[in-house]
Ligand binder design. Structure first.
Ligand SMILES: [Mg+2]
Length: 123
């Protein structure tokens, strides 16, 4: 960890000083993962029938870990696992688009126009 980086009150690095977009965060995540020896998704991997489903299984595993954190009433662990979810998602989509922010913005606008509870769904 960079000791000169700004830090939040809890001692963790203050990422708000350097994170400006989901796409920037995706690039940083992919750099870190590659530096740590992990393979990252490439645009051409979209045609592979197993790579994206494998990543989605890993996203699901992080969701399950978050659920276990919630079940244990461990908010810190829950938040860390939710961060893992976001990291895995951004690692994946960062290989498919350089502008995931626009994708999210477009979906938010679509959601804004949807009906109350999306047509009366319970959850
Ligand atoms: Mg995890």
């Amino acid at each position: 960890m960079n000791q000169d980086a700004p830090q939040a009150d809890d001692g963790r690095p203050d990422s708000s000083a350097r994170c400006s977009s989901l796409s920037d965060l995706a690039s940083e995540i992919r750099e870190i993962n590659e530096a740590n020896g992990w393979s990252v998704l490439r645009a051409e991997d979209w045609s592979d029938r197993y790579k994206v489903p494998g990543i989605l299984a890993l996203v699901h595993s992080e969701i399950s870990e978050a659920l276990e954190g919630f079940r244990a009433d461990d908010r810190e662990n829950f938040l860390e696992e939710m961060a893992d979810v976001l990291i895995r998602v951004l690692d994946c989509v960062g290989g498919l688009t350089a502008d995931f922010d626009s994708v999210v913005r477009a979906k938010l606008e679509k959601n804004r126009r949807r009906s109350h509870r999306h047509g009366g769904k319970r959850v």
